[in-house]
Design a protein around this ligand. Structure first.
Ligand SMILES: Nc1ncnc2c1ncn2[C@@H]1O[C@H](COP(=O)(O)OP(=O)(O)OP(=O)(O)O)[C@@H](O)[C@H]1O
Ligand SMILES: [Cu+]
Length: 643
């Protein structure tokens, strides 16, 4: 039975008793008296309260006590005592048990509803998907349902239509509104070769694209899956809370017994009154607000960041993000735009470019793309080299026209000595923040190629914002020290670790961890070991190629400013968790003495019903406090409003 139905049942069945309680002063009595109340309360206990009792019993058998233990003991005491009192002709308080169950269920119902609306916001993203797509089949465009689009399909998208699945544009250009997936409010211009994301909205042009990911593989599906997981994950702080709850429950039971004893034996209260105090103690102490303090905040926090294109994988990452002392950045594609361009060629331009392009024809390196691009625009034919051998973090060796050739950094060219003249030119270009590769042929260096990869527009401001938060910033790169330093100075990075081989990045992260927890920001493709080694791995997504696996936080957009936002949102969510825990805890600790009747002489006391209502209210306020996370202001540059 759902919480809602249990609540409604309990409300309806308890209603006559509520009427009686209110009308008692006017002499109204339920027909059947205590026996009627017995039947009504028995119905509430066996239908609506049953899951509490079952859960409490299951916990008891494992020598545990949980919140349901308190609810079960509190209501069962009221119920069983009243039964005994009824048989022996004494005063009964059945209604306490029935009302407490009703109020607790009311609190839980609210909690469930709010949780649902918080998590529903993200799941609704799936509804944003297109319903159908125009797909090329046997040379003809046909409309097919979304589920029938397969990888490799050529899909046509007209203005105002949704992009059906993830893919790469083959023909045409357009501007696309990607806000629903990436949180980026500005429409993005796309041309052939660019990635498109399923469920985004095509604005201006008509284009064709080749489907690369469909169904549950699409970026949107993966995001929804990840957020769902994050929202139900646990934060380590919850473990401490659970431990407290473990000793809390037995302690409360002892206090309740003491309360009864003191009132009955020492203060001369009637059994019923002494018992009411004890039952109130048990009910008010029920730590359900403590139990939901963490999960609700986590749910709202991760849900909100997801809408901004910031995916925080779980509560553990979120908590760790608060302790970060150092933020380490990969250079290429993270601080820089990752679109390197050839700026200078030293030596005989055509020969140097031809040899370089031959060498790079089979390379996957970003620098290779820049060189091949240059050869293409210069109209040079590219003859692929043979015996291709990539040397990680250094360059490429191969045979060009039957002669040994190489391209790469000066380490690769170690035994091919650079002339003093080339050395000076190299140093000069490097100090201009250009990556310089040497081109060698037949045992001789024949020239240099300088390649520039400019920092992203937002890098400098993002780094400044991180430094303002007291974080140390470090750049980790395989590039040369001089180039790295020039770029670091441009964007304001504190420290540079250059000439790092790809395999050594993780070790460098480990070394930096000696000074405190480290976040590593990388593009996630060859940075996977560093991302997993760091306390918090932040993977930057480029289009649809996001490395969802490796990072604890995944940024859907390629914007460093999101690193600042991710840290701020983590901090906000975590402090909300702590605030919730504090209030929930204070509520219990202050409530117990009141319920026990310590302030009875001052006219301050709590009936079990009021205690039940108070408990419902405390859960309610914790959920409301978590929901406030959705609207709290961010100090890092205002985020674009999500759709
Ligand atoms: N295919 C290649 N062509 C030319 N040079 C290369 C190639 N591969 C590596 N190199 C040289 O080796 C250096 C280190 O390469 P690596 O891939 O480790 O890092 P990177 O791309 O320069 O920077 P980052 O570590 O920030 O991604 C490059 O700067 C370049 O000089
Ligand atoms: Cu509770």
């Amino acid at each position: 039975m759902s919480i809602k139905n249990r609540f409604v049942f309990s409300l309806i069945v308890s209603f006559p008793m509520l009427v009686e309680m209110l009308a008692k002063p006017f002499g109204f009595m339920l027909p059947g008296g205590a026996w009627t109340m017995f039947f009504l309360t028995t119905a509430v206990m066996s239908v609506s309260a049953r899951p509490f009792i079952q859960s409490a019993w299951a916990a008891f058998r494992h020598h545990h006590a949980n919140m349901d233990t308190l609810v079960a003991i509190g209501t069962a005491t009221a119920y069983l005592y009243s039964f005994y009192a009824m048989l022996t002709g004494k005063a009964v308080f059945y209604e306490s048990a029935a009302f407490v169950v009703t109020f607790i269920l009311l609190g839980q119902y609210f909690e469930e509803k709010m949780k649902h609306s918080a998590s529903g916001a993200v799941s609704k993203l799936v509804d944003l998907q297109a319903k159908d797509a125009e797909v090329m089949r046997a040379g003809q465009l046909v409309k097919v349902p979304l589920a029938e689009v397969v990888v490799g399909d050529i899909v046509r998208v007209k203005p105002g239509q949704k992009v059906a699945v993830d893919g790469v544009i083959t023909e045409g250009t357009s501007t696309i509104d990607e806000s629903m997936v990436t949180g980026e409010s500005m429409p993005v211009t796309k041309k052939a070769g660019d990635h498109v994301i399923g469920a985004t909205m095509n604005n201006t042009g008509t284009f064709m694209f080749r489907a690369s990911k469909v169904g549950s593989d699409t970026l949107l599906s993966q995001i929804v899956e990840m957020v769902k997981k994050a929202q139900t994950s646990h934060a380590p702080i919850q473990k401490t809370v659970d431990k407290v709850a473990d000793i809390f429950v037995p302690a409360v039971l002892i206090i309740a017994i003491l309360t009864f004893t003191v009132w009955y034996v020492f203060l001369g209260a009637s059994v019923v009154n002494a018992m009411l105090f004890a039952v109130s103690v048990v009910i008010i102490a029920c730590p359900c607000a403590l139990g939901i303090a963490t999960p609700t905040a986590l749910m709202v926090g991760t849900g909100r960041s997801a809408k901004m294109g910031i995916l925080i994988k779980n509560g553990e990452v979120l908590e760790a993000a608060n302790r970060i002392k150092t933020v380490v950045f990969d250079k290429t594609g993270t601080i820089t735009a990752g679109h390197p361009q050839v700026t200078d060629i030293v030596g005989d331009t055509e020969t140097v470019l031809d040899v370089a392009a031959s060498l790079e024809a089979s390379s996957e390196h970003p620098l290779a793309a820049a060189i091949l691009d240059k050869a293409k625009t210069a109209g040079r034919p590219v003859i692929a080299a043979t015996d291709f051998k990539a040397i990680e973090g250094k360059g490429v060796q191969a045979t060009v026209n039957g002669q040994a050739a190489l391209i790469g950094n000066d380490k690769l060219a170690a035994d091919n000595t650079l002339t003093p003249e080339l050395s000076t030119q190299m140093a000069q270009l490097q100090s201009e923040a250009k990556t310089v590769v040497v081109v060698g042929l037949a045992g001789k260096i024949i020239g240099l190629i300088a390649i520039q990869d400019a920092p992203k527009a937002s890098s400098a401001s993002a780094i400044a914002a991180l430094k303002k938060r007291g974080l140390r910033t470090v750049m980790l790169t395989g590039d040369n020290q001089r180039v790295a330093q020039a770029i670091a100075t441009e964007v304001g990075i504190d420290d540079v670790i250059a000439d790092v081989l790809p395999g050594d990045k993780a070790d460098n992260v480990k070394r930096l961890q000696a000074d405190g927890p480290v976040a590593f920001v990388g593009d996630g493709i060859n940075d996977a070991p560093a991302l997993t080694t760091a306390d918090v791995g932040i993977a930057m997504g480029s289009g649809t190629d996001i490395a969802i696996e490796s990072g604890g936080i995944v940024l859907v957009k390629n914007d460093l400013q999101d690193v600042v936002r991710a840290l701020e949102l983590s901090k906000k969510t975590f402090s909300r968790i702590k605030l919730n825990l504090f209030w929930a805890f204070i509520y219990n600790t202050l409530g117990i003495p009141v319920a026990a009747g310590v302030f009875f002489a001052l006219g301050l006391s709590l009936s079990p019903e009021l205690a039940g209502l108070g408990m419902a209210f405390s859960s309610f306020s914790v959920v409301a406090s978590s929901l406030l996370l959705n609207t709290s202001k961010l100090t890092s540059t205002p985020a674009p409003a999500a759709a």
